[in-house]
Design a protein around this ligand. Sequence first.
Ligand SMILES: [Zn+2]
Length: 301
Amino acid sequence: MSKKFSLFVMVIVTAVMLAACGNQTGGSEEETEKLQVVTSFSILGDIAKNVTGDRADVEYIVPIGEEPHGYEPVPSDFQKVSDSDVFFVNGLGLEGWLERLAENVGDINIVAASDGIVALPIEGREEEDPHAWLDVQNVISYVEKIRDTLSELDPEGADVYAENAAAYIRELGELHTWIETEANAVPKQDKTIVISENAFKYFGEAYGFETIGIWELNSHEEGTPGQISRVVDLVQENELPAVFVETTVNKRFMEAVSRDSGVGIAGEVYTDAVGIEGSGAETYVKIMEHNVNTFVGGLSK
Ligand SMILES: [Zn+2]
């Protein structure tokens, strides 16, 4: 071996050893550096968390209690999204603020969870109804989309995502069957959900309810006297036993409907956000159970 060559080998060996040492510390840092997942709203955050388990950090943008349609992103939202590996949105026009946010954060990976579902139209408008998650079958499709996206970004975690998704899909399947059974308990003539924002159309399609909203989408919220009296007439004509109100909508409009129709508000339901800590409705599955119990309780009297 020439001197020159042996020196060369030594340099290589040292370099490899250094790299190995470096990798060791680098490796353990990488292990704690989890995939950063951001979702647009809290319901989607919970759905994503069920797929990631502990393998990723999941955050959401729109705070609980605020509705996602007309949300105004704040500077920390831009930061969250630009630091993320993937930003899951609902799509179907839910995030009216998405374009503004995307313009401000540069290169980000945006994935619409609703991709591939059959969208329902908004009456009288050339828009799709974004509230697809209120049909559990659509959420199963969301879960598959999230699972596949995460597996592509983090192939080493693919087994974990597949396992988590399968368990969650089983739970969602049971939830869907339970809702079908519960919905059957409501007398046919009373199967109408009267609500401020007409957000239960997907739910109604799936589980056999008619739906009446004071307005179609929160982003067009008006609550005009004409809209109120239209709903009051429908409630009286159909002799409905109850009306409902959302956790994320100003209640005064439905209170006006209730006062003018003489029909009580049977409870609060969740449409666009999960409940706050301690509400008992902190997850998607829990909000669906809560909503169904509220509808069945109010309409089966
Ligand atoms: Zn909504």
